[in-house]
Design a protein around this ligand. Sequence first.
Ligand SMILES: CC(C)(COP(=O)(O)OP(=O)(O)OC[C@H]1O[C@@H](n2cnc3c(N)ncnc32)[C@H](O)[C@@H]1OP(=O)(O)O)[C@@H](O)C(=O)NCCC(=O)NCCS
Length: 151
Amino acid sequence: MSGFERLRKATPDDLGFILALEANPANEYVHSYSEVQHSANLEKGTVHYFIAEDKTGEPLGFAILFDDGPGRIEWRRIIVDAPGMGVGQKFMRAVIDYFRESGVKSIWLDVYEINARARHVYRAMGFKETGQRPLASNSDITLMIMELTLV
Ligand SMILES: CC(C)(COP(=O)(O)OP(=O)(O)OC[C@H]1O[C@@H](n2cnc3c(N)ncnc32)[C@H](O)[C@@H]1OP(=O)(O)O)[C@@H](O)C(=O)NCCC(=O)NCCS
């Protein structure tokens, strides 16, 4: 495996890779979908699945984003297979550039307060913390809400 080379849209053939990353106990701060939910999402024009690839075409990670009104996107999920090697930041930049070029004005997300690595990466991408709320299923867990304005 080498570094991030490009992104591409995901297809149903990527679901095995996506489900395996979601099921990895290392990704404890990330929620998951069933295969049926992912398949339904992939059919929708309002949900965007991306795969990060290295130069040989090996998948390195995935991202899922949802349309959330005119010019606005929710970044719902991102996981890379080998964290801490620079893939996530390059992948995020490529996804953000894709939406900027599509005319999107803002991207928001929420992240577990205790997920320090992800919060660091989001701040490095330019996301600002705009609020917080408890996780619906466990009020002991705080989610930080972050927003990126695209120019
Ligand atoms: C979040 C994620 C996508 C980021 O991708 P990544 O490839 O690990 O990110 P990078 O290697 O590009 O950058 C990691 C940065 O975090 C920093 N970092 C690592 N551990 C950290 C910690 N515990 N606290 C704060 N910063 C940390 C690194 O120093 C690096 O920053 P730098 O470039 O300024 O030195 C990835 O870590 C991941 O898949 N995590 C598991 C799933 C997850 O948490 N997803 C987000 C859910 S909201």
